[in-house]
Write a protein that binds this ligand. Sequence first.
Ligand SMILES: Nc1ncnc2c1ncn2[C@@H]1O[C@H](COP(=O)(O)OP(=O)(O)OP(=O)(O)O)[C@@H](O)[C@H]1O
Length: 387
Amino acid sequence: MSDASPSVNDAILQVEHLSMKFGGLVAIGDLSFQARRGEITALIGPNGAGKTTVFNCITGFYKPSEGMLTLNRRDGSSYLLERLPNHEIPARAKVARTFQNIRLFSGMTLLENLLVAQHNKLMKASGYTILGLFGFSGYRTASAESIDLARHWLEKADLVDRADDPAGDLPYGAQRRLEIARAMCTGPELLCLDEPAAGLNPKESMALNALLMDIKDNTGTSILLIEHDMAVVMQISDHVVVLEYGRKISDGSPHAVRTDPRVIAAYLGVEDEDVETVLIEVGDEDVIEQLDTGPDATHGPGSSSSYFAGPVTDTVGHSEGERVTVSKGASKAGQVDARSGAARPASPAEAKPEKPSAAKSSTAKPAAKAPAKPKTPGDSNRGGGNE
Ligand SMILES: Nc1ncnc2c1ncn2[C@@H]1O[C@H](COP(=O)(O)OP(=O)(O)OP(=O)(O)O)[C@@H](O)[C@H]1O
């Protein structure tokens, strides 16, 4: 893994100046980042930061208000995802995704779920005719290959013993792995996983990590991951991009991001002026060292820094008297109007409408601007959420 900026050829996905507006609400504002080929890139940030919206733009559920999303395939072809019809994104650009809420065919067996995922390939082999289903040798070959591929991914996901059980009978963690296996049956070059570890116990999280590392090491499929479970993010990611209020606030290696005061402030949900106090409470040596030495310039935000309250600047350091300060330029929620004393939202994310409670996991995840809790982003933090 290298911290150097990837060249265009290294990037399987280039997100350039992406903006997504819902009426007056700017869910994503001028976001740029790259996901490198063959790596696991994590997209993290507090609730409402815009992570799922980025996924929805990449996978065609939303058409971006502005920006370019370029998918560079291994064969040298490139696709502008924002211009492709939805159904062509998996078929031509080879992008697959999973959702925050499990979307298996719960009444179908595990094997059937994986065969359904290969429906397009099978229909093509049939020549799209009923006669083709019975007559074409090509169909029989494709059918046998589909079963082999399904079996392969059931083994990889450690689910082959339950191949004939209904998917709905599986434990939660196994259903998550089955979803990933199903996505892999489509032969993706980019696999987008929306909170795959949400609601998993530690043993299930370890099995998930093993599956994702296996995919990374042995298939050449690149992974883009939204995850609130920092144990998963820190263990398996090569590269982490942090969003807050739809803007990139940090971008770099897991270690660089974990010790970035802007990220800590965003996750702790504190105002800039309170960061010093909370970091001292945290007592994390890495963080304190980072504050002592100043930020790593190679990991600062790019041109996509927060704009809601001005640019986030690299002004973390000691002032006279050994006070540790963080720039007041950082984007923060709930700023108080000095004149009226009334709280006002600092960003559109604060206007996030309530989402259906059924879509929320029962496990807590870091709420943007929640009361300060002394935890670094490197600590495990259970996810759940919406889509
Ligand atoms: N279809 C929509 N219509 C209106 N607003 C939306 C829509 N989709 C997302 N938003 C808003 O965009 C912002 C970003 O939401 P998004 O779900 O992308 O955040 P997130 O980082 O994925 O959050 P979480 O971690 O809670 O899943 C929120 O304010 C959300 O309410």
